[in-house]
Design a binder for this molecule. Structure first.
Ligand code: BGC
Length: 486
């Protein structure tokens, strides 16, 4: 299940890993770029480049928003198949482009909706289906596959970039069919999430699914316990009656959690990770590593390898500690990176200051280690655990939009900002990392080892986040009282 479903992350990562390389390919530039009258070379204007890259994030945003309501109606698994198909259609649109750049851009807009939708649905399906002991690690497997996708994407474009015909970009795009086909086709053979099944009145199916995924017989205590928890939650929720959509702001402790999810996702981007993924090659050039394709691979390997460590730390130390220390670590890395870049590096002639360049590369790698082991994976997991079932789909969609908006903003504005304040840009990310540690300390409850229902109760009861690790859940009757209160 983890392998198949993580293909959702792979689709997302593979796209990230290929697009920067594709944009620099000669044949791609010749067909979709503009001729430079002075050098007779082809290039992309900032706007055209921005649209080809950026429209994907806009598509993602839309996909992330509309995926949720559909998933609530027809279930998680069929929507995953549907969006995988949409993504395949978008690849056909891109591959068949011959000279119209906007065909590629529109293809990416459509493809983005598929990626955005999958980035909501896949973590949702996983957090609703996996046993609590490994839920954090499983959801992190989603991130592992994003990073694996980035790395494979980097390698594929590295392998094709020297071809002088359209195959150089058509092959990487074409290989992109494999992942959604595996995901959309494979998930048909998996059951829908037990929490979705239970809410649709299919208790027996929910029980069977849980027994299958938890690896225990249907009459095992843990299954009784969790079904019982789902029943109590549903019962307690129905005491309150109908639930209109705006309850994601007015429901019990919902405004807090909705905003927290959006903030966490936005902060994940504001840590500055994509500054390195999109613009790392420029930085790495400072040490004489001039082939940008190789540079991307180095970043990709560090990112991928360290995500394995992330899988282990999240279940060993818990979400809060990892996020707080991870943010502080990234803060330090960016402070050093920005200071060395601004004060020590000879920006006009970086080869004159090789030590400064080397230090910057080290700290970029240290940063990526910090990101990959903590914020890269844990945020997706925490957002999947934050909401009660009836709001989960919509809230996760909104939170994921927070991520996509900042992917777009950072991707689009970075060239303009670095032009104005060069490496001091790093101080902005450092400040955001510092703020991120505060947000987690004061607002995020520890969810390691808790059932989704317990996490919900923890927020409703206003457990202080910094004391949440040692909190004991109330018994049934108290739970009903808590709900009646709202
Ligand atoms: C982020 C992406 C980023 C990737 C890098 C993900 O969690 O959401 O924007 O490119 O990590 O590994």
């Amino acid at each position: 299940m983890a392998f198949l479903v993580s293909m959702g992350g792979f689709v997302f990562g593979y796209d990230t890993g290929t697009i920067s390389g594709i944009l620099n390919m000669d044949d791609f530039l010749r067909r979709f770029g503009q001729p430079d009258p002075h050098t007779s070379k082809y290039y992309f204007t900032n706007v055209r480049k921005g649209l080809i890259v950026g429209l994907l994030s806009i598509g993602c945003l839309v996909g992330a928003l509309v995926a949720a309501p559909i998933a609530d109606r027809i279930g998680r698994k069929f929507t995953i198949t549907f969006w995988s198909l949409i993504y395949c259609v978008s690849l056909i649109v891109q591959i068949s482009a011959t000279e119209k750049w906007y065909q590629v851009a529109i293809g990416r807009l459509v493809g983005g909706s598929g990626i955005g939708a999958l980035s909501v649905l896949v973590p949702m399906y996983m957090s609703e289906t996996s046993p609590r002991q490994i839920r954090g690690a499983l959801v992190c497997a989603f991130q592992l596959f994003i990073t694996f996708g980035i790395l494979i994407g980097n390698l594929v474009v590295f392998g094709t970039h020297k071809k002088q015909n359209a195959n150089c970009w058509r092959i990487p795009i074409g290989i992109g069919f494999v992942w959604p086909a595996l995901l959309g086709g494979g998930i048909v053979f998996l059951p829908d999430s037990p929490r979705f099944a239970y809410r649709a009145g299919k208790t027996e199916i929910a029980r069977k699914t849980m027994s299958r995924f938890y690896g225990v017989p249907e009459n095992h205590e843990i299954i009784h316990l969790e079904i019982e928890e789902m029943r109590e939650k549903l019962e307690a929720e129905t005491v309150v009656g109908e639930h209109p959509w705006y309850e994601i702001f007015t429901g019990p402790r919902m405004a807090y959690r909705t905003l927290l999810g959006v903030a966490l996702q936005a902060l994940q981007q504001l840590t500055g990770a994509n500054f390195f993924f999109y613009y790392g090659n420029t930085v790495f050039q400072a040490t004489g590593l001039s082939d940008s394709y190789e540079t991307q691979i180095i970043l990709g390997v560090v990112n991928f390898a360290m995500t394995f460590v992330g899988l282990w730390v999240v279940e060993t130390f818990g979400r809060r500690k990892c996020l707080i220390y991870g943010a502080l670590w990234m803060f330090v890395c960016f402070m050093i990176f920005a200071s060395v870049g601004h004060y020590s590096l000879d920006q006009n002639n970086p080869t004159m200051t090789p030590k400064a360049g080397a230090a910057m590369i080290c700290f970029a790698c240290f940063f990526i280690c910090g990101f990959a082991t903590t914020w890269g994976c844990i945020v997706w997991g925490v957002v999947g655990e934050l909401y009660p079932s009836r709001y989960r789909a919509l809230c996760m969609g909104l939170a994921t939009c927070g991520n996509w908006i900042f992917v777009f903003l950072i991707g689009f504005f970075t060239p303009f900002i670095t032009e104005a304040i060069e490496y001091r840009y790093g101080y902005i990310f450092a400040a955001c990392c510092f703020a991120a540690a505060f947000v987690v300390y004061f607002f995020v409850c520890e969810s390691k080892g808790r059932s989704l229902e317990e996490i919900d109760t923890m927020y409703i009861m206003r457990v202080r986040p910094w004391q949440s690790e040692n909190w004991t859940p109330p018994v049934n009757e108290d739970l009903k009282k808590i709900y009646k209160f709202y």
